[in-house]
Design a protein. Structure first.
Lengths: 111, 113
């Protein structure tokens, strides 16, 4: 059965800390892995990863995929209170129409 | 519009009522997805359209759930004879093509009482 597992389920850090969020997956016909940030209700897109070992970076956020070990990490450096959200990982299969989401990691950044 | 628009934002239904949830995808987006997100869970896939064709409805939890996208743009998710377990946020997402990432709407929070 295809599945996506995120860890930790929740995390509380202080402003300025660096956090690493994990996403492991078991899917057939893997095509890509996506990270989303969900505040309130609508997830917003962060990264799409298709190739192993190539880091994607956007400001203080970065992510990398390991297709051999079947996982991805999302790093956030110098965290801010505005980073508080649920971070969702989703894996897309080659058919393109199945997005498998993890349950998310709830990140709380306290001042 | 600039983003994916969903309406209503909130819906309270009495058990047994029928509800209809609307999704306006980004103009020109071919692919449209519906997800159900229960409290504390990640979004669960419900159904997928490519233009007006419903290519995958394997995630619809029962035959009370029905989705359509008759002209390949706006989509409606209908739930008949709502049950309490249908209470969730229903998210719609669209993408330019099936290879792209999804842009999500803000969702409709359905509460069945």
């Amino acid at each position: 059965e295809d599945k996506v597992v995120q860890s930790p389920l929740s995390l509380v850090v202080h402003e300025g800390d660096t956090v690493t969020l994990n996403c492991s997956y078991e899917v057939t016909n893997f095509r890509s892995l996506l990270w989303y940030k969900q505040e309130k209700k609508a997830p917003t897109f962060l990264f799409m990863l298709t190739s192993s070992g190539i880091e994607k970076k956007s400001g203080r956020l970065s992510s990398i995929l390991d297709k051999k070990e079947l996982f991805s990490i999302l790093n956030i450096t110098a965290t801010q209170t505005g980073d508080s959200a649920i971070y969702l990982c989703a894996v897309v299969t080659n058919t393109g129409n199945q997005f498998y989401f993890g349950t998310g990691t709830s990140l709380t950044v306290i001042p | 519009g600039a983003g994916v628009s969903q309406s209503p934002r909130y819906k309270v239904a009495k058990r047994g009522q029928d509800v209809a949830l609307r999704c306006d995808p980004i103009s020109g987006h071919v692919s449209l997805f519906w997800y159900q997100q229960a409290l504390g869970q990640g979004p669960e896939f419900l159904t997928y359209f490519q233009n007006e064709a419903q290519l995958d409805k394997s995630g619809l939890p029962s035959d009370r759930f029905f989705a359509e996208r008759p002209e390949g743009s706006v989509s409606t998710l209908k739930i008949q004879r709502t049950q309490q377990e249908d209470s969730a946020v229903y998210l719609c997402a669209s993408s330019l093509n099936y290879q792209g990432y999804n842009t999500f709407g803000s969702g409709t929070r359905l509460t069945v009482v």
